[in-house]
Each structure stands twice: as C-alpha cells, then as structure tokens.
Design a protein around this ligand. Structure first.
Ligand code: THU
Length: 160
C-alpha cells in the first residue's frame, strides 16, 4: 500500500481590489447577474460570469422550478449560454458569487458536484484550463487555476 497525495493551491485575495482588473470586472458581472436569479424556493441566489478566449463575457444565474429537481444551477445556465452563443470558443475564466436572501454571504461558496462535472467537460472541450474565481458579498476571494482543482479525482471522456 502507498498513499497518493493530491494537492490543491487556492489563491486567496483579501478583497476584490487585489484581483487583476479583468477579473475584478468579471466578478462584478457575476454580482450583477444575481439580479437574474429566479430563486423563490430556496431564496438563494447564484450569479456567474464567464470570460471567453475571444474577449466576450456572458453571465447567468440560477433558475428554479416548482418541481425542485428541474432547477438549473447558475454555472450550468452559464456554460449552456457560452456554447450556444459562442460555439467552439474556449472559456478562460469564470466568476461565481452567491447571496442568501436572509443574510449576505461573507465567504466564497464552491459549486455543487454536478456543476463541477459540467465545468470539467467544458474545460476539456475548450482545451485549456478555466480559472475559477469564487467570492461572497464580502470576505476573501478565492482563485483556482483549473476546474480539476475543484474535482481532483475526476471522471472524464478520456476514461471511456
Ligand atoms: N445552485 C447553483 O446555482 N449552483 C451551485 O453550484 C449550487 C446551487 C443553486 C441551485 C438552487 O437554485 C440554489 O442554488 C439552492 O441550492
């Protein structure tokens, strides 16, 4: 038996002001996308924004349904928009932020497992790492260099 270590590096910024300008703007776009959230059941808003390799940006938010399993996460809505509006264009960075109705979020919240798997597929499709920026309303901002950092022991098309 031997142990295998898988390490993860998260860049932690004390405030968004420490981010590069394009990343700060992308996070701001994700924050604005919170207004597009349809979340009357959970009262939990998720806003996301993508910077594509052609310089375009798109944003999306979670879209809930009275039939709960039909809810669409912000990240899935965003990725679908990217591949529909700009088919074949790789995604460079994605910013994600959350806000519960009851209280502002004071720390970054990470994407759910289904979103991680969907993000991984889009990273493979684009052929380049997607940087992930996570932030609450306040508190630190996290930056990861690749979706694989969110899903280290992953299943992908190359396993088939
Ligand atoms: N949600 C997302 O949009 N992304 C995630 O990664 C986790 C959860 C949404 C789904 C639902 O509308 C609400 O957050 C509460 O789970």
């Amino acid at each position: 038996m031997r142990e295998k270590q898988i390490s993860l590096t998260i860049k932690v910024y004390d405030t968004p002001d420490e981010l590069r300008v394009d990343e700060r703007e992308l996070l701001e776009e994700a924050r604005q996308a919170l207004d597009k959230s349809h979340s009357p059941y959970s009262n939990f808003r998720v806003g996301s924004a993508a910077l594509l390799s052609n310089g375009a940006t798109l944003s999306a938010a979670n879209q809930e349904n009275a039939s709960y399993p039909v809810c669409v996460c912000a990240e899935v809505a965003l990725l679908s928009a990217c591949s529909s509006v700009y088919p074949g264009v790789a995604i460079s960075k994605i910013a994600i932020t959350t806000r519960a109705a009851a209280h502002p979020s004071d720390s970054p919240k990470a994407p759910c497992g289904q979103c991680r798997q969907t993000l991984l597929e889009f990273e493979a499709r684009g052929g380049k790492n997607i940087e992930i920026i996570l932030a609450g309303d306040t508190g630190p901002v996290y930056k990861l260099g690749s979706v694989k950092d969110l899903l280290p022991l992953h299943f992908s098309g190359s396993d088939l």
